[in-house]
Design a protein around this ligand. Sequence first.
Ligand SMILES: O=C(O)CCC(=O)C(=O)O
Length: 828
Amino acid sequence: MHPPKHLYDREILNDEPFASLFYARALTTLSRTQEKDFTENVVAQLKRVEGGRAAAKCWLEMAFAWRNMDHDCNLKIFVEFLWLLYKEEWSGAAHKYLESQLGSRPDIDTIPSHCSQQTKKTAKSSTRDRSIWDNRSTQETGEPPLKVQRRSHPRLPPLRISKTSLRTVARMSSDISGERQNGAPADVPHQNLAQRVATVAESSRRLPPGLRFSKMKLRVVETSLGDEGENMVLDLPEDCPPIAQASKEFVSWVARPVQPGILSATRINSYTYGWPDERGGFPPVWSTSRQEICETVPHFRRYQGGVYYKDAVAKGYLLSGFGAARDRFEEGGKLIISHGGGGKPQDRTGKERLDAVNQGHGDQSVCALLQNFEQGRPILLLVDDNYEHFPLKLWSKGIYIAVLGFYSIVDVWAEIQNVDGVDVTRILFVFQWIHEQGEPWWITQQPIEDSGQPTIHFKCNTCAAVSPHVYFQAWVCTNPNCVVFGKTPGGGKLHGPLEYKPEFLRLRPERKFPNGFDTTLVLQPGEDAGYVCGFHCEDCGRISSRFEWGKYQCATCEFTLPVDHEVQLASSLRARVSVPGDLASQIYKLDANSRICALPPKKCSKGVCLSFSLPENCGFIHLIRGSGVEADGIFRLYQEQARSGQLTFRRWPMKRHMTKGQQLSNYFSQNTGEEYQYVAGSGETVPFHEAATAVIHAREFIRDRVKSALGKEVPFNEVLSVAYLKSQSMGFHGDDEKGLGPVIAALSLGAPALMYFRETSKHSSSHKHRKELTLLLEHGSVLVMEGECFQKRYQHTVIPFDFRIAATARFIGPENSQVYKRATKARM
Ligand SMILES: O=C(O)CCC(=O)C(=O)O
C-alpha cells in the first residue's frame, strides 16, 4: 500500500485525515498563532475523522521526531508517512519508508538524534531495502510507487516544537492513547519533564533503581514521546567511562512516570542491529515456510503452535505475533520475555482466534517449559516475520522464520493480564542467550558495560514459593495457587500499569550448555537420512524442502546435492522395526465400540483374505495376505527405476493446509494412467504405455489378487505410487473424488505400516476421531476398499514404520476421466 498518486490534488483530501492537517495549517497561518496552537489544531482536526485518533498520535510522534516542517519535500514525506501509519497495516513499513526517505536526502543529519546510528547507516546505504519497499508497494496496489514531486503549496510557517510545549503535547498524547488513559491523563507531572529527569539523574540518592552512571553530570539533549513513554536522550560528558565512548556521544534512557512525583528511568537499548556480513547478509538458518524448518531443524518439528515439546520437555519455541503485553526483547535479544504459548488458541480451522484462556499446569506446552526451567535444559528459539519485537524486518528479505539460537529459561512467573477485557493468568518465561554460542547474529555492535545485577528472589510467607522481584512497584508472590498471588507481603494489590523492575530485565550470570546436550541446529543429508526432507544451504543459510527423489536443491542459490538411495530389502526392513505384539500376531484390532465387523477369514489361491463389513451396507474392507516373495521383485524394480529417473517420484504442493507458506506433501508420489485429483494434485501423470515397468507389474499384481479374493475383474486405469521415507505418512482422508469406481486396492511394499479407519465427523458426531479399525499392512499384502459410499463415510490414514512404497490402483470413470473429458471436448 502507498498513498494515492493524486495525494497533492487538494480536492481528494476531503475524506482523508490530510484534509484536517491542511485545514489546521491554514487556520494557524491565518491566525498567526504559536506552534502550540498549531499542534492543538492539528490534533483536534485529526481526531474528528474516522481513524484520526491513531493518526493524531502518529502525528505527535512525528512532530517530535522531526521538528522542522518548513520544507515542501519534508512535508510530502511526512504526509506519506502519516498515510501509511494511518492505514495501520504496516507501521514497520512506514518507519522504514521514513528512514529510507531521510537516508536518500543529502541533509542526512536531520535524522532525529534519537534514531540509532545503525538506522542512519541503514538509511544511507540501504538501496536494496528501498527497492524491496518500492516493489512491495507496487505489488500491493498495482500502481507504481509515488515519486517525489515538487508541487506549489502555500508556504507554511516553520513548525518548531520547543521543550516548553512538551507538556501540552504529553497531555494530548495521553488523552489520545487508550492504553495510558486509565480515566485520567497519565501521571506526567505538570512541570518541565526534561528538567525533572535531569534533576533526578544528577542526584544519586534520589535516583530510582536501575538508573546507573548516576554520579556523572547528565544533560538532557532531546525529549520525545514514544509508545512506551517519554524518551530522554542524555548527553554524557567526555570524561565518562568507556560505555559512553563506545556508543559514540550519547546513551539513551527511557523515563516513565510511575506515580505522581516518581520517575523510573531505564537505559534503552544501546545495541545496534543489522544483517550479518556472511551468507550474503542472511541469517545462519532461515526458511520461507514452516514445513522447511520442521523437516530439517530437529529442535522444532511442530507445524502448529509455538512450542515444540517431546517427552514432556520443550525443545523449540517460536516467537510470533499475538504477543502478550509484557513480552520483551531486552539486552539486544539476549534476554527475551515471552508468555509461553497458549493465551489465544486458534479454532480448528486455524482461521479464528478463540477467547483468551488461563495458562496453567493443564497446558502441556507450559508444563514442558517448566520442566526445562527446572532441569536447566536449553531450548531453541526461532522468530517469524510477525514477531513485533525483533529489530530486523524479516519480510524485507523474504524470510518467514529465522532461527535465533539456544536459550536457557532463567525465570518464570505468573501474573494476571487483561486480554480483550478478560482477566487471564499468563505464565511468563525469561529466556537467556547461551553465551557459548558467541554473539547473536543480528547484533552488530554492543555496549561495553558492566554485567547486570542479579534479579532478587524472595520466599512468600504464605506459600513458601520463591518468586522473582519482577515489578518496579513492589515484590509480589507470583505463584497462581497462593492466596496472596499478585499481592505484596502485606497483602496489598499493585495498582496502575505495572512496570518491570529494571534489574529484572538485565542478563543473569552467563549460561552454558549442560554436558551432553545435543546442539544440532540442522540435520545434514546423511544424518538420520530417512527423515531429512529439508536441506540447509551453508552458502545462504536457507532451508529448502527436498521435492525431488534424486537430489536436494537450495531454492535460493540453486546449489544441488545428489541423493543416492541404496536398494533396500523388505526382509531387512521388517527385521529392524518392532510392530506391537497384538497386531503382529492378529494383524487387525477393532475398537471396543466399533460398528465394523470382522468376517471369517477366507483362503484364496494367492493367500488368505481377511474381510470386514462396514455398518449400514456401506461396503467392505479386505486384506489379502500372501507370501511376499513375488512382491520382492516389484519392490526392487521400483527402487531401481526411481534411482535411475525412469520413475519420477516427487513431492507436490498440498491443495489445502493450515500453515503459512507452501506446504508439500509429506511423501513422494507419481501418478500413472488417468489423472487423479488427490490432495496433493496429480502432478505429471504418465500414460500406461510410457509407464515404468514397476508400475505395470504392480497393477498386474493387484488385479490378480483382487480377482482371486473377490472373484471379479476390476478395470483399474490409474495407479498412484507413493514412497514414504522413515517418519513420513499419509494423513486421514477419503478417496471421495467424483467418478471413482467402488473398488480401490493398494499393494504394500517394504516396511510394514499401520492403517487406521475412522468414520467422518459428518456421519458420526459422537464417535468423532475414534479409530475404529487398525490393520497391519505387510510387504506383499493388498488392501481393498469396496463400496459406493465407502469413501464418503470412512476415512483412512497410513503410518509406515520405515521406508515403504505403496501402489494404489483405482478405476476413474468417465465423469472424472481427463482422457474422456478431452475426447468429449474435441468432439464438441
Ligand atoms: O499407502 C497406502 O497404502 C495407501 C495410500 C492411500 O491411502 C492413497 O493413495 O489414497
